[in-house]
Design a protein around this ligand. Structure first.
Ligand code: FES
Length: 102
């Protein structure tokens, strides 16, 4: 069974911003979209750009390296050059703790 692991405090991540978190050796981009948290793989499927540093527009993040776009709610790719989407992870908030299911 997968477990939920605490990765951040909800108050650490401003609305409409992202943050890099590391869980069990995986780099995950955590985003706050209007108070709701979403987690996807941090590594762009094009050349490995850090999606947590990308610009967030609604629920879409743009890779800072070459501009591929991903949906942060599902990991789906919306714009090339990334050839495929990234994995997304279930997130829950317990009190002020943001937890990701790994
Ligand atoms: S590494 Fe993300 S678009 Fe190239």
């Amino acid at each position: 069974m997968a477990d939920y692991v605490k990765v951040a405090q909800a108050s650490e991540i401003e609305p409409n911003h992202g943050k890099l978190v590391e869980v069990q050796g995986k780099k995950i981009a955590l985003f706050n979209v209007d108070g709701k948290f979403h987690a996807i793989d941090n590594t762009c499927t094009h050349r490995g750009g850090p999606l947590s540093e990308g610009e967030l527009d609604g629920d879409e993040v743009t890779c800072p390296w070459h501009g591929a776009k991903f949906k942060v709610t599902s990991g789906e790719v919306l714009r090339p050059p990334a050839p495929q989407g990234v994995k997304s992870f279930p997130v829950r908030v317990t009190g002020n703790d943001v937890e990701i299911e790994i």
